[in-house]
Design a binder for this molecule. Structure first.
Ligand code: NDP
Length: 513
């Protein structure tokens, strides 16, 4: 494999020779680098190298790996500005968005998995009620799978793509990451950091390329962690089925935010605007649609409108812009289509509503009202800086509409009576619910993060977020043993009857209804 320096080719717009992918700065539309478009043979070779070095990485143990991960935690903070510059150059997000959701996540995750891998993956002593294993030592062991493939999207190149590699490495696996073709530079930057901090060569590799590279990776690894669209997630799962490779899928969302009549409207409006526009709305758990109980609808809309009008959009220095550019050019077309579809069906645009002018890929922060479920903006993932707000007669209608979606990633409910708000939240079909808050569940790495319905399969974070990278191995140790167990050959009727009576005694106490 090429070195990091060889992989990234700084460019002034002209493509170097070979099969190369241009990387654009979406805030300006300029090509800033090229990376190789790796084919199946290169991925196979990477997998061979990874498998050769994985046993030594596993043998380092939790302590040895943890020490390196802790060094990496510091490296992320020491190199914050440089990493943020790389992230911004390929995503167009603001400095603040990159610091809050990428740097802080990365730094937290390195420490979290270094500390918690030995806890979540410690041998578990098990007690069994079954008489056949009485007196034996029973253990559940978590053994690294070997080689994990991570396929990532473009919206959070550190958090979503690279972030899933951290627990896989902490568990003792080798990892190959296939970042989105749109945002490969951040992963290559972090590869530099891992090498500097002591991760041996080929334990972590980056396979730059397009969809075909991701498909080739699926064939080579022992497990695939995928984040991206539901449509591509299904393709990955189909491909993985051919080799019975386990998958964990974090897919699209259409997260609702419900405002109950007793909500603190100022907090609800601030949250709706912030978590609807954060990262240009390009977050799997963005607030994508809002339902407001009738008595407070007008007041809520007035607050949101005022706050949306005050937003500054741009790509300047720290503190100069609230909302950045879109990252993926075709996404601007989707956002525009959803807004136009809503307008054609009777929705009103209160703020924004159109593409930004000039170079790069921009869409104005947009507030829509008079929307309903005949419109794409309320039923399909928009993944942009739009906030459609719908009036509902009561909480029952809000719950019904919130659940009227194929997706079920996150949701939030605002209300001062927290018991009632929580009761509403518990009825929502989603992987996470925040009460008087939105999205912050993602920052609690102890909590499972995953989707219901078409939003995914499996979880990241928490015990499940690292155990999925392991084979659960059952270990039974028999120390003091007779030459022969009672039930072994040759069968005879006396022992068979005795065993029958024993089973009656053990399990025959239940009553038939
Ligand atoms: P995709 O789901 O198509 O891409 C995600 C990753 O999968 C990328 O690295 C992509 O590579 C790769 N990939 C594409 N095809 C295959 C394949 N057949 N086998 C294996 N890997 C593959 O997302 P898009 O970037 O096209 O975005 C589409 C939509 O997905 C957006 O409009 C948005 O709604 C949603 N999305 C959801 C995200 C989330 O966090 N849940 C994140 C990003 C997008 P490459 O980029 O090179 O094509």
């Amino acid at each position: 494999m090429a070195s990091v320096e060889e992989q990234v080719v700084e460019t002034n717009g002209s493509a170097p020779e070979g099969s190369q992918i241009p990387v654009e700065n979406p805030a300006t539309g300029q090509v800033i680098a090229h990376v190789p478009d790796m084919g199946a043979d290169e991925v196979k070779e990477m997998a061979r190298k990874a498998r050769a070095v994985q046993p030594a990485w596993e043998a380092l143990g939790f302590e040895g790996r943890g020490r390196i991960l802790k060094r990496m935690q510091k490296w992320v903070l020491d190199n914050r500005d440089e990493i943020i510059a790389v992230i911004r150059s390929e995503t167009g997000k603001t400095y603040e968005d990159a610091q809050l959701a990428e740097i802080s996540y990365g730094a937290a995750a390195f420490g979290f998995w270094a500390d918690n891998a030995p806890v979540y993956l410690a041998d578990e002593k098990v007690k069994s009620a079954n008489v056949l294993v009485k007196g034996k030592k029973l253990i559940t062991r978590y053994k690294p799978l070997g080689l994990v493939g991570v396929i990532g999207p473009w919206n959070y190149p550190l958090t979503n793509s690279f972030g899933d590699c951290i627990p896989a490495l902490a568990a003792g696996n080798a990892v190959i990451l296939k970042p989105s073709e749109v945002t490969p530079l951040t992963s290559l930057k972090l590869l530099e950091g891992l090498r500097e901090c002591g991760v041996p060569e080929h334990v972590f590799q980056v396979a730059t390329g397009r969809g075909g590279t991701g498909a080739a990776l699926t064939d080579e690894v022992d497990m695939i962690m995928f984040t991206g669209s539901t449509a591509t997630g299904k393709k990955v799962m189909q491909r993985a089925a051919e080799t019975l490779t386990p998958v964990s899928l974090e897919l699209g969302g259409k997260d609702p935010l419900i405002v109950l009549a007793d909500a603190d409207l100022e907090r609800a409006a601030n949250s709706a605007i912030y978590w609807g526009m954060f990262n240009g709305g390009q977050t799997c758990i963005s607030v994508e649609r809002v339902y407001v109980e009738e008595p407070v609808y007008d007041a809520f809309v007035a607050k949101v409108t005022e706050k949306a009008r005050a937003l500054r959009q741009g790509s300047g220095e720290m503190g100069t812009a609230d909302v950045g550019s879109m990252t993926f050019p075709p996404q601007v077309d989707i956002v525009e289509r959803h807004v136009e579809d809503a307008k054609a069906k009777g929705a009103k645009v209160l703020v924004g509503g159109k593409r930004g002018s000039g170079a790069g890929y921009w869409f104005e922060p947009t507030v829509l009202v008079d929307v309903d479920h005949t419109m794409e903006c309320m039923t399909e993932e928009t993944f942009g800086p739009t906030l459609p707000i719908m009036k509902v007669s009561d909480a029952e209608e809000a719950i019904r509409l919130a659940n009227d979606s194929p997706y079920g990633l996150g949701a939030s409910v605002y209300g001062k009576d927290v018991h009632r708000a929580e009761a509403v939240g518990r009825r929502l079909e989603s992987g996470a619910v925040c009460i008087n808050d939105s999205l912050v569940n993602y920052t609690a790495l102890e909590l499972p993060m995953g989707g219901a319905k078409a939003s995914g399969l499996g979880t990241r974070h928490g015990a499940g977020g690292i155990r999925k990278y392991c084979q659960q191995q059952a270990i039974v140790v028999t120390r003091f043993a007779m030459k022969k167990e009672l039930y072994m050959y040759p069968y005879n009727s006396r022992v068979t009857r005795l065993l029958g009576k024993t089973f009656n005694l053990l399990y025959g106490r239940g009553k038939r209804d």
